[in-house]
Design a protein around this ligand. Sequence first.
Ligand code: ZN
Length: 149
Amino acid sequence: MLDRPPGAGAGPVAVMDKPKKEPILLNNQQHHYRLCLNCGFPNRQADTHCMYCQTSLVEDTGLLAWLRQTFYILRWRWQLRRKREHLQGKSGSGLGRHLGYFLIGVLLSAAGLYLFTVSVAESSFSNALIALLFLFYGGFTLRSLFARK
Ligand SMILES: [Zn+2]
């Protein structure tokens, strides 16, 4: 078998020199995708260039390759953030942030309630105080959320 374990440092030269005829291995490696760093298209392990955007997929360990990958990742994140900001700007009210605040408030309140019941059952005063603090913060978060509307 010519099967290489993923991550075994097969040099780029070896990959390029080897003729690509692995019809049997393809079946075994179908779940081993190599995601394109430029566009996210799942390519086969044997591919050296993205089938969608033709970006080189060869993983060499040089500094230049590392820089290129970092650049792609950073650009991808930046695009994602910009898209999200764009969506928020369109919807106007920042729905994601509101939802996050709401979840935090609900979680804090739930944790406070749970802690409170436990501390009452154990008649622990300090735990009850902490639980009340949780409840207070949760309620405050929820209140500020609805007050802003
Ligand atoms: Zn691509």
